[in-house]
Design a protein around this ligand. Structure first.
Ligand SMILES: [Zn+2]
Length: 182
């Protein structure tokens, strides 16, 4: 995985880019949960599920189909008052889809491990992006806070945090210039 904090940061930056108005706390909490939850599949290691299996690490929970399912569940459960298929509903569903799918995209930019099964359950091929500047983050916390951990974080700050901050800041400036939305 990319480090958890980078998945979290990505969710917040995407949220800032998406949301023109002030959003309720549950929006932010759920955005972060969506960006982190795909790694729940590491639990499978304890139950004998192998990395390469459909439900192994970077398998089904990292797929676009899973992101779609999760986004629908989140909007149905947490934004019940928003009429289904309204513009606002589609926006929210789209946002939570992107927040969840961002996890697999970041993982697909790491240099180690297996690729991401983006197209499960239809195709079990594991994919990486053609450009993989991130170091894979170790599972163990102690190894993360070592020299290797520093290098991992530096790469993520450069390739993920900075570009996302620039995008979110540009969108914010644009909205400010345009004036309050009606
Ligand atoms: Zn992951």
């Amino acid at each position: 995985m990319a480090s958890g904090i980078t998945h979290l940061f990505t969710a917040v930056a995407l949220g800032k880019t998406f949301a023109a108005e002030k959003m309720p706390p549950r929006f932010w909490v759920l955005a972060i949960v969506c960006a982190l939850v795909p790694d729940i599949d590491v639990l499978g290691f304890y139950y004998g599920i192998r990395y390469a299996d459909a439900f192994g690490h970077r398998g089904f929970t990292h797929s676009l189909f899973f992101a779609l399912l999760l986004s629908l569940v989140v909007v149905a459960a947490a934004f019940r008052r928003v009429p289904a298929f309204s513009k606002q509903w589609l926006g929210l569903a789209g946002f939570f889809f992107v927040a969840t799918a961002s996890h697999g995209v970041l993982d697909a930019m790491t240099d180690k491990g297996y690729g991401i099964a983006f197209f499960l359950p239809f195709d079990s091929t594991r994919y990486f992006l053609p450009w993989r500047p991130l170091y894979a983050s170790p599972m163990s916390i102690s190894r993360f806070f070592s020299q290797a951990g520093l290098e991992i974080v530096a790469g993520e700050v450069l390739w993920i945090w900075l570009p996302l901050t620039l995008v979110a800041a540009s969108v914010w400036l644009y909205r400010r210039k345009k004036g309050p939305s009606q």
